[in-house]
Design a protein around this ligand. Structure first.
Ligand code: ADP
Ligand code: TRP
Length: 328
């Protein structure tokens, strides 16, 4: 029998989840839970590269778990766990680092961007992609659903796996590590924020998935637009409002708004109100589910514990193979 495809992804608990995270990573990951064996984790080791508040880290991690479950992650199908509940990833990261060229890490955009924006050039930030490679390789992952900004990290992962296979593999025993494929959804690869740049918690331009109504409305109403007058025709292709509306409205509704843009006679404020209503309705069932989960005190801990058990069982097998191959 063919082995089911293994799907893996992670998200850092470094802040509050926004709709860029949802459409770029969470929704595709949730859809994939029906297509294979899915493993999703909360990257708390990675978050330590930017968050140095233990209480906030613990709270954010639980909150990400809650939000992921509220958005439709089904723990009977997909394992959800904390990265740090599988400490063997740090062992694998060490082994991987021994074959990773420094020059390869020096080319990573995310390190350069973060340091350019003022982050301290810590070794952990520099070797972030090696730990991420370990996260992926320790589960023999086939597919990694992520947003476009993570593509380079998956390329580095493939490169490191190939190096391990070349260095320690043999024709007789076959490869040691499996090379994963990124799964990046074209339509949602970069969700724009309220300023039109990529939505990101580090740019302060987010619309949160579970923000309160007043705040969410305020965020939507502050989407940056040009100064075209109410009566004048507007370009739907250059509009953040249209792009976000396209994520939550039906095809016909999108078509209709596009026509209204072209015709003129309606102001941006009006379009933003319409976007807000759609967005608010889109996430209504998830808000309801979230309230239900919150009523069951042990639910999140139970899910994370079950997920960690599953993840550890796989990681244990792969590490046995790696340790044997490298001589430990
Ligand atoms: P942030 O940029 O807000 O810090 P993360 O780096 O924690 O977000 O991203 C978590 C996941 O969400 C990743 O898979 C990432 O590719 C995806 N993602 C984040 N922002 C966006 C966006 N604006 N559009 C599409 N995907 C995104
Ligand atoms: N670097 C990812 C991000 O910032 C999070 C992450 C850590 C991840 N390890 C992973 C994503 C492994 C996919 C697979 O979004």
């Amino acid at each position: 029998m063919k082995k089911p495809m293994r799907i893996l992804s992670g998200i850092q608990p470094s802040g509050i989840l926004h709709i860029g995270n949802y459409f770029g990573m969470m929704r595709p990951a949730i859809a994939l839970q029906d297509e294979g064996e899915a493993l999703y984790f909360i990257a708390d080791y990675h978050a330590l590269t930017s968050l140095r508040d233990p209480i906030a880290l613990r709270e954010n991690s639980r909150r990400v778990a809650l939000d992921f479950l509220a958005c439709g992650l089904n723990p009977d199908k997909a394992a959800l766990f904390l990265q740090s509940d599988v400490p063997q990833v740090t062992e694998l990261a060490w082994i991987l680092s021994t074959v990773t060229p420094v020059s390869r890490l020096e080319l990573a955009h995310s390190y350069k961007d973060k340091v350019a924006r003022g982050a301290a050039a810590a070794a952990g930030l520099f070797t972030y992609p090696v730990l991420m490679a370990a996260d992926i390789l320790i589960y023999d992952s086939d597919i990694v659903p992520v947003g476009k900004d993570q593509k380079q990290h998956i390329e580095i992962t493939r490169d490191i796996a190939a190096r391990i296979n070349e260095t320690f593999g043999s024709a007789r025993k076959g490869p040691i590590l499996k090379l994963p494929e990124p799964r990046i959804q074209k339509q949602t690869e970069v969700v724009p924020g309220i300023d039109g740049q990529k939505m990101s918690k580090s740019y302060g331009n987010t619309i949160d998935i579970f923000g309160d109504e007043k705040e969410t409305r305020k965020r939507v109403m502050s989407i940056v637009t040009d100064s075209t007058l109410v009566e004048a025709p507007k370009n739907p292709d250059a509009s953040t409002i249209m792009q976000l509306y396209g994520l939550v409205a039906s095809k016909d509704e999108v078509q209709e708004m596009r026509e209204q843009f072209r015709k003129g006679g309606r102001g941006y404020g009006d379009f933003k109100k319409q976007l807000f209503e759609k967005l608010w309705d889109y996430f209504a069932p998830m808000r309801k589910r979230r309230d239900e989960i919150l009523r069951d005190k042990n639910y999140i801990d139970d899910v994370l514990e079950r997920g960690a058990r599953r993840a550890n069982a796989i990681a244990h097998e792969v590490m046995k193979r790696v340790r044997a191959a490298v001589g430990l």
